[in-house]
Design a protein around this ligand. Sequence first.
Ligand code: SF4
Length: 118
Amino acid sequence: MEIRKMTCVVCPRGCSLEVTLDGERIVSVTGNTCKRGVAYAEAEILHPERMLTTTVKVTNRRYMMPVRTRTAIPKDKLFAAMDVLMQTRIEAPVKIGDVIVSDLCGTGVDVVAAESMA
Ligand code: SF4
């Protein structure tokens, strides 16, 4: 059995969770105040995901464009995703919510502009 400790980040209470694993199987989750903590621990261990926020180059402006994934993507795709976005070039004008990269690294998740640039 393996015990993994983590902090639930679903709400500001930040419960300290202890997850008991038997190989890949979750045996128990303790330390949670509500059942959302169990769901968080299961997701974090079985298929961890993260939102990605960064900037991309704008060829006709001096500033970078803040962008973000529309939803979380698998954590193991973050480095590949950053490589794609480091190579991405866009041209202003751009409106908030415009799709900058669609289906980022085959995740099915689009990267969108986080603000407008005239
Ligand atoms: S277990 Fe429940 S109460 Fe505790 S941090 Fe997570 S969501 Fe909040």
